[in-house]
Design a protein around this ligand. Structure first.
Ligand SMILES: [Zn+2]
Ligand SMILES: [Zn+2]
Length: 267
């Protein structure tokens, strides 16, 4: 099948390459569409997000590429919104991803996906070493984010598992995750399978975990396959294998953005 990814990063936020280089890579890979989703502006952490001053250039560049390569690939303009960002001018974008990258504790924004050491430090410092309490707080934050953002696509749902710190088979963990999933799917039934942490060698399986994939299917949700790539070589990283995982869970379709609409494509 021809692949698509709607979760990609460029030099406008923390990606390595120019949007046009990503487009050329996607064309070389015979992808049907590519969407750009640089990180929304967060005033408390500036090193990885798009700045208000560069946002117009980002929008103009993606729209320019859309026209330039219209006969070769479909190009879409998105933004990966963090729940602590303010959504302005949403009508400028073809879609948004909704995500949670931080826990806010007091005045501190605690990064979920920075490093294992940082995550363990936060669990120790703010949750008395109780990883399950951290997990509950993360999933509550995730739900708050999607309820605030109302995104077209739910992004990396179980980002907290990036460093294999949590016992994902624990009933307490699964209940917190499943409760948050049920609420989130009511906001948007479209959730991504995300291979980004794999291409960056942090994880050996995509988000979300298999027990969540099963529940998404049970609840009538839909999967969109995204690479969360920061490198033009990773646009379709682990996609063949991810399709196999989805088939093994019982999926018959994924969703892709084609012709401006989210449509089901057989797998
Ligand atoms: Zn993210
Ligand atoms: Zn991302």
């Amino acid at each position: 099948m021809r692949y698509s990814t709607l979760h990609t990063h460029t030099i406008f936020s923390d990606g390595k390459h120019m949007p046009e280089d990503n487009v050329l890579s996607a064309i070389a890979k015979n992808m049907v569409s590519i969407g750009f989703s640089d990180h929304s502006y967060t005033d408390f952490k500036l090193d990885c997000c798009i700045k208000p001053v560069t946002t117009p250039a980002y929008i103009a560049e993606i729209r320019r590429l859309q026209k330039k390569y219209a006969d070769q690939i479909e190009i879409y303009l998105g933004m990966e919104y963090d729940g602590f960002s303010t959504v302005e001018n949403r009508e400028l974008y073809d879609y948004i991803l909704g995500d949670a990258h931080y826990l806010k504790i007091g005045d501190e924004y605690c990064t979920v996906d920075d490093s294992k050491a940082t995550q363990l430090e936060h669990i120790h410092k703010h949750f008395s070493g109780n990883a399950m309490a951290y997990a509950k707080a993360y999933f509550e934050t995730y739900v708050d984010s999607v309820q605030r953002l109302k995104p077209e696509i739910l992004g990396h749902f179980d980002l907290l598992t990036k460093f294999n710190v949590f016992d994902e088979s624990a009933p307490t963990y699964q209940k917190a995750a499943l409760d948050a999933l049920t609420t989130s799917l009511k906001v948007s039934p479209l959730i991504e399978m995300n291979t980004g942490a794999m291409s960056r060698k942090a994880k050996d399986s995509p988000y979300p975990a298999p027990f969540l994939l099963k529940e998404i299917l049970n609840q009538g949700g839909h999967i969109i396959l995204n690479s969360d790539s920061h490198d033009l070589n990773h646009l379709d990283f682990y996609f063949d294998e991810s399709i196999e995982i989805l088939r093994s869970v019982g999926y018959k379709h994924i969703v892709q953005l084609i012709g401006g609409k989210f449509v089901e494509v057989g797998i």
